[in-house]
Design a protein around this ligand. Structure first.
Ligand code: ADP
Ligand code: X15
Length: 554
């Protein structure tokens, strides 16, 4: 069985390098358990340095009270460190008139007529853009869309301009390129508080190769860098990692922080049983994740285009379904590993097949072992839905990435919609439900249940890699925040185990769209992670995200 996930790699806590640990218990402190208001002796300057004051003064005071209460009541010594510098740490003086290269993930689904079918990622990018505009920056907004090979008109970012302009309340200017003299001219003519959207950065192959010369060209457009592209933070590309070598400071945007804040907390100490549902079509990038998931989860449900590689590996015929031939051995070893680990790995027992990849294809439901030649599996079948629902009923935490079928075609949307509805029902019963990935989120939006999920993540692959315990290159590359001393001296809290405090605001507190990263209202949690988490002799307080503090006591 899976052991609890280690925070290493989820967390930005540099010293948390433990490899083994016991499951955590969670103690929630009510506001009344904090110190008295007389202990609110933090000065505004300290709060500002903590990065809380600008975002939410009340929250800042609450944090200060808690920090103070630990310090005063227990003699804890502490150093406050903002592990990664935040855009919220940059003031008007830092930003006014500055050219800011802002990398977002605006990789939204478009239909055949180039209409946006789900704008979650655009809405999620708005708080950081607005913050920069309000502070008089010139925003050079950059994103990829899809996986183009060279310049491909259908992957242009042009269709995003009207929605972006509408959400921001200003006319966004669009460049036809992402580097070069025309772009430079447009940048030079930008007034303070305006936004220039660059063309798809992936029109250059150098982007994904993280070519240093290309990164230098992108960086030369700006004075400083903000990465808010959580969905692409697991990619070391020129616009996510390379540019940080040439732009100082390089800081995290609000969405990136918010995603880390939620996901680090939720998946490092999941309520169990913990299930993952993995589907979609990015088989080669996600099948490798399954190996690590087997170390973390109790139940693993597979659907979407993922399953046919597993069927074929077991000697079944899969017709013309999506298969990654070079992953067949891996699929076999994953099945064996799941068995050895005692993880329930469930593959669909029946599938909906089609005679062509089209919305008007002929379809039928067949057992997974009976896919005829010339037919392809485009959805999971009704028996599988029943089995999956039964398994999900036993869980307390579920992370879902990748639709169960080609949900864009109504005929093949039933399995995905059934899972979305099941997760919505379970959310209402207190199960933690985390949905990640552009298409998975679009599916949940389509069913109209996004608002009831515990967390809607803008990154599928990125959230899975976090869950794996991997460090995200887009995050690692950002500048470290400056440590701030809280209270020198002292001898620790007198509690014989590592402590993490976690404090998170609700999404509304930040003016972030509700569908993105909803969370509980401000409260302080103490998570005792057992002796395995002892970080070392000193007590350290870290901020891992905009509104998250980690207090580690040795
Ligand atoms: N059986 C299948 N065959 C081919 N494509 C599939 C299948 N099931 C799901 N898909 C496709 O997978 C895509 C989403 O995959 P992916 O990008 O991995 O998910 P996400 O964006 O949620 O991370 C959808 O466009 C969907 O049509
Ligand atoms: O859609 C994305 O990832 P996701 O489908 O894993 O959520 C991101 O925009 C990253 O895209 P990529 O997987 O082509 O690098």
């Amino acid at each position: 069985m899976a052991s609890a996930a280690t925070p290493t790699g989820f967390s930005l806590l540099r010293q948390s390098t433990t490899t083994s640990r016991t499951r955590s218990s969670l103690l929630q402190l009510s506001p009344s358990s904090s110190s008295s208001s007389s202990s609110l002796s933090f000065r505004p300057a300290t709060l500002r340095r903590l990065g809380f004051a600008a975002a939410d003064p009340l929250l800042a005071l609450t944090v200060a009270a808690r920090v103070r209460s630990f310090g005063a009541g227990n003699g804890a010594r502490g150093v406050v460190s903002m592990a990664k510098k935040s855009v919220g740490d940059l003031s008007g003086a830092d930003l006014k008139g500055k050219k800011v290269f802002l990398r977002a993930d605006l990789n939204v689904p478009l239909d055949d007529n180039q209409n946006i079918t789900d704008d979650t990622r655009i809405r999620a990018a708005v708080p950081t853009i607005q913050y920069l505009i309000k502070n008089g920056a010139k925003v050079i907004l950059s994103s990829h869309l899809g996986r183009p090979k060279g310049v491909t008109p259908k992957f242009s970012l042009a269709p995003l301009v009207p929605r972006l302009s509408e959400l921001l309340g200003i006319q966004v200017v669009k460049a036809d390129d992402s580097i070069g003299p025309e772009v430079e001219k447009l940048v030079a003519s930008l007034p303070d508080g305006s936004v220039l959207l660059l063309e798809n950065v992936r029109f250059y192959k150098e982007e994904e190769k993280n070519d240093p010369e290309h990164a230098k060209k992108l960086a030369s457009l700006a004075d400083l860098y903000v990465n808010d592209a959580f969905g692409t933070a697991h990619r070391a590309h020129a616009s996510t990692e390379g540019v940080t070598k040439y732009l100082k400071p390089s800081v995290a945007g609000f969405l990136l922080q918010k995603e880390l804040d939620y996901l680090v907390g939720a998946v490092s100490n999941p309520k169990r049983p913990f299930a993952a549902i993995v589907g979609g079509s990015k088989v080669s990038s996600k099948i490798g994740v399954i190996e690590s998931l087997l170390e973390k989860v109790d139940i693993l449900l597979l659907g979407g285009g993922m399953i046919f590689t597993f069927y074929k590996a077991q000697g079944l015929s899969v017709g013309s379904s999506l298969v990654e031939e070079d992953k067949l051995n891996l699929a076999t070893s994953l099945l064996e590993k799941a068995k050895a680990k005692g993880v329930s790995l469930l593959l669909p027992s029946d599938v909906v097949i089609a005679d062509k990849f089209a919305p008007d294809a002929n379809s039928q439901v067949v057992p997974a072992s009976a896919i005829p030649d010339g037919w392809m599996g485009l959805d999971i079948g009704p028996d599988s839905v029943k089995t999956f629902n039964k398994a999900l009923d036993t869980t307390k935490t579920i992370i879902w990435n990748g639709p169960m079928g080609v949900f864009e075609f109504d005929k093949f949307a039933v399995g995905t919609e059934a899972v979305a509805k099941k997760l919505a029902e379970l959310s209402g019963k207190g199960v933690t439900t985390i949905i990640g990935g552009g298409d998975s989120v679009a599916a949940v939006e389509k069913v109209g249940v996004a608002s009831v999920m515990s967390h809607i993540s803008t990154g599928g692959g990125a959230s899975l890699e976090l869950l794996e315990g991997k460090e995200l290159p887009g995050v690692l590359a950002l500048n470290e925040a400056t440590p701030v001393a809280v209270r020198p001296g002292g001898s620790g809290l007198g509690i014989p185990m590592g402590l993490h405090t976690r404090l998170s605001p609700s999404s509304e507190d930040e003016g972030t769209p509700k569908a993105v990263g909803s969370h509980s209202s401000p409260s302080l949690h103490l998570c005792s992670n057992g002796p395995g988490d002892f970080p070392g002799p000193s007590s350290r307080l870290y901020r891992t995200a905009a509104h998250s503090l980690h207090l580690v006591v040795g």
